[in-house]
Design a protein around this ligand. Structure first.
Ligand code: ZN
Length: 250
C-alpha cells in the first residue's frame, strides 16, 4: 500500500475527497485539516480489520508479522473504545422487553446467587427485535435488578421474565408477564424469553473462544459482544473505523 493508495481516496475522518501530501510525507485533508501518518494508519486499519473478523490477537500478530504485545494492546484499546461508545449510545429500552440473568466464566454451574464465586453475574435486557443491554451485577437480589431496570428501561414497558422472585415487584413499573410452562399455544407464542437467551448463547460462544479472559476484562468483552450483537445487520467494520480510529484523532 503506497501513499498514492490514499491520495485518490476519501478522507476517513470527514468522508470527502481532498487528501494532499505534505513535505514530511504525511497526508493532510484539505476539508477537515486532519493529518495522516500513513504507516501508523495503515497498520491500525489492518489490525482493526482482523479484530472485526474476530481473529485472535495471536493469529493477527503472526499473519501481519507484528509483535503480539502490540496487537494485544491494540485489541484492548479497540475494546475500550467500544465500551465507551456503548455506554454513551445507550438509550432507555422500551416496548416488549425480556429480562434475564446469566453467569459467565468459571466451570461449575451454580445456582442463582450461590456458587457464583468464580463467575460474573450478568443481567441482560433485550428489546424484542431490537437491542440488548447488559451489565455485570454484584448479586441478583431484587433491589439490584430493579435499579438496573429502572435506569435502563422506560416505565410502562411490557416485561417478560421467568418466575424468579427478584422480579416480584416489577408489576409496579410496567406490565409484567411471567413465563410459565403453559400448554396454551397462544400464550406460549408471546410468553418467552428466547431473545435474551439467544444473546446469552451468542456471547458465551465467543467467550469460550477466548479461554481464560481475565475477570477484570469481562466488562470490556461483554460490551464488545453487546456491540457486535446490536450491530449484526450493520456495516460493522465501517462503524469500528469511526469509533476506534476517527473519533480518537483530535
Ligand atoms: Zn477530512
Amino acid at each position: 500500500m503506497s501513499d498514492m493508495y490514499f491520495l485518490g481516496r476519501k478522507c476517513i475522518f470527514c468522508d470527502k475527497y481532498g487528501l494532499y501530501k505534505l513535505k514530511d510525507k504525511r497526508l493532510k485533508c484539505k476539508h477537515c485539516n486532519k493529518y495522516y501518518s500513513i504507516n501508523k494508519l495503515k497498520r491500525d486499519l489492518q489490525i482493526l480489520y482482523y479484530f472485526y473478523l474476530e481473529i485472535s490477537a495471536r493469529k493477527t500478530a503472526s499473519e501481519l508479522e507484528l509483535d503480539y504485545g502490540v496487537v494485544h494492546r491494540k485489541f484492548n484499546e479497540f475494546r475500550g473504545c467500544i465500551y465507551d461508545y456503548q455506554n454513551n449510545e445507550a438509550k432507555r429500552l422500551n416496548g416488549e422487553l425480556e429480562l434475564d440473568e446469566s453467569y459467565f466464566g468459571g466451570k461449575r454451574k451454580g445456582q442463582r446467587g450461590r456458587g457464583a464465586n468464580n463467575k460474573a453475574i450478568v443481567f441482560g435486557i433485550i428489546e424484542r427485535k431490537g437491542k440488548v443491554y447488559t451489565v455485570i451485577v454484584e448479586n441478583v437480589k431484587a433491589p439490584t435488578l430493579m435499579e438496573a431496570i429502572k435506569s435502563k428501561t422506560k416505565k410502562g414497558s411490557v416485561f417478560y421474565t421467568d418466575g424468579f422472585k427478584s422480579y416480584a415487584s416489577l408489576h409496579q413499573y410496567g406490565k409484567h408477564n411471567i413465563i410459565r410452562h403453559d400448554k396454551d399455544e397462544f400464550v406460549k407464542e408471546r410468553n418467552h424469553i428466547n431473545g435474551i437467551e439467544g444473546f446469552w448463547s451468542y456471547a458465551k460462544e465467543r467467550f469460550h473462544k477466548y479461554h481464560g479472559i481475565n475477570k477484570k476484562n469481562y466488562p470490556l468483552y461483554l460490551k464488545e459482544m453487546e456491540f457486535r450483537f446490536n450491530n449484526r445487520n450493520n456495516n460493522v467494520y465501517k462503524l469500528l473505523i469511526d469509533i476506534c480510529i476517527v473519533r480518537r484523532v483530535v
